[in-house]
Design a protein around this ligand. Structure first.
Ligand code: GUN
Length: 286
């Protein structure tokens, strides 16, 4: 039997509806939630992601600031802008789109974001809180994956979960979230030996490579009945494609996310949820 579809479109609609209600409640209490996005450079994929985040925020009644900066923008200028947004009481969430141009140190920037406005969950504080199971603001893509699993009633306790990605945005935080839910987690990456064998051991596979030329998850790498989550997006044969060879893998998996319509919409929905959480936190502190 072919795999059942894990529809990020469906789950994100539910999350966004909850966010819309929370925004209205906050507005009723005199708080206008506001998300500031910062994009450095002219990477077209990043520009598209930021525009989608801006558009969704507006649809849900969240105010936005949209800072688009030239690739030549200097690190100190970016630190100054983040500081300005940190100190602006009207701004509740700050998202600095990654990746940066080479001359900007990612850690220097992400760690300068106010802990209360860290809607990406990227500061060392948020990462440490996540490791301790105490985070309020968690990275959006892994939280979106957990939200999908919960929505479809997939309990990962005892599962062998194999994650193909070790970034601060996806692989590392997801590993802690799955551990928290009692999965046994393996993180794989470009230097992993025996990758196909490790993937075949996965009851849950999460792949986030985003380059079909370098990696495609094919059916021979998937255990019968595995849950397969595809975070990758890249151009493949003129179309947007995930990491997964969907047509063959769906014949082996029990559940599978499509691309598009899988994890992508969840990342944005969880960003909106984090923005509302950050706005609520700020109200509590006033
Ligand atoms: N680049 C790709 N995904 C993300 C994300 O979730 N947050 C940020 N800041 N940059 C990204």
């Amino acid at each position: 039997m072919p795999a059942k579809i894990l529809s990020g479109l469906e789950v994100s609609a539910v999350v966004k509806e909850r966010v819309r209600k929370a925004v209205n409640e906050l507005k009723g209490q005199g708080v206008q939630p506001c998300l500031a996005t910062v994009l450095v450079g002219d990477d077209s994929a990043s520009a598209t992601y930021v525009s989608s985040k801006q558009k969704t925020a507006k649809e849900l009644g969240i105010a936005t600031r949209d800072h688009r900066l030239k690739a030549s923008f200097m690190q100190q200028e970016l630190l100054d802008l983040v500081q300005l947004l940190n100190n602006d009481p009207k701004v509740h969430g700050i998202l600095v789109q990654l990746p940066f141009p080479k001359h900007i140190d990612e850690f220097a920037i992400t760690s300068s974001i106010s802990l209360l406005k860290d809607v990406d969950g990227l500061t060392p504080y948020s990462a440490g809180m996540l490791q301790n199971g105490m985070a309020h603001l968690k990275p959006c893509t892994p939280s979106g994956i957990i939200e999908i699993l919960d929505y479809y009633g997939i309990d990962v306790a005892g599962m062998d979960a194999v994650i193909l990605n070790r970034s601060n945005l996806v692989g590392k935080p997801l590993a802690f979230m799955l551990l928290e839910r009692n999965a046994t987690v393996t993180i794989c990456h470009s230097k992993t030996k025996g990758l196909a064998e490790k993937l075949r051991g996965g009851d849950l596979i999460v792949t986030a490579v985003g380059n079909r030329g370098r990696f495609t998850l094919t059916a021979d790498m998937v255990k019968e009945g595995a849950v397969v989550i595809d975070v990758g997006t890249s151009r493949h044969g003129g179309n947007m494609a995930g990491d997964v060879d969907f047509d063959s893998v769906k014949e082996k998996a029990s559940w599978i996310t499509p691309v598009p319509g899988g994890v992508g919409p969840m990342t944005i929905a969880m960003l909106m949820k984090n923005t509302v959480s950050a706005a609520s936190i700020s109200r509590g502190m006033q």
